[in-house]
Design a protein. Structure first.
Length: 163
């Protein structure tokens, strides 16, 4: 059984798509542990603010099947087949960690945005403060403590979700 961490984001009908994404992940994995939801400015393009969070789950799915399942969930929730990297999103699901796997295919793990984006690192540090980054070696709490908090503005919001 692998412990996985998935980043969720939306800046199109944010509340609806984050709820729908969590519901879909719950149907796929069962029990989820979720961080708070954060509002953040778009990164890499000018656009409406995003809602972001991280969810943790357990899975027996091999990495390639999991990556495919997450991509299919994005499409099921309105992601365009030709969506650009830095563009508005109905639902963005990024696999951050699959246990302590380090690889480039079928997805890059650990996901690079963990070290560069507050909207990934802060919620991950909430869920797994004592877990160590498989390449950097520091815990996510240590990484968040060292992060330049002025680099990206992030604000926790009130958001209730129940499976």
């Amino acid at each position: 059984m692998a412990r996985i961490y998935i980043s969720l984001g939306s800046n199109v009908e944010r509340e609806h798509h984050i709820r729908a994404g969590l519901d879909s992940l719950y149907r796929l994995f069962g029990n989820l542990t979720v961080s708070r939801v954060f509002e953040s400015e778009a990164v890499g393009f000018i656009g409406r603010p995003f809602y972001n969070l991280v969810a943790a789950a357990e899975t027996e799915q091999p990495l390639d099947q999991l990556a495919h399942a997450l991509r299919e969930l994005e499409f099921a929730h309105g992601r365009a087949l030709d969506a650009k990297k830095f563009a508005p999103r109905t639902l963005d699901l990024d696999l951050l960690l699959y246990d302590d796997t380090v690889c480039e295919q079928p997805v890059s793990l650990p996901r690079g945005e963990i070290l560069t984006n507050a909207f990934v690192l802060w919620p991950l540090a909430e869920l797994a403060p004592d877990l160590r980054h498989p390449l950097d070696g520091r815990t996510y709490a240590e990484l968040w403590a060292a992060y330049d908090k002025g680099a990206q503005q992030l604000c926790p919001i009130v958001f209730n979700w129940q499976p």
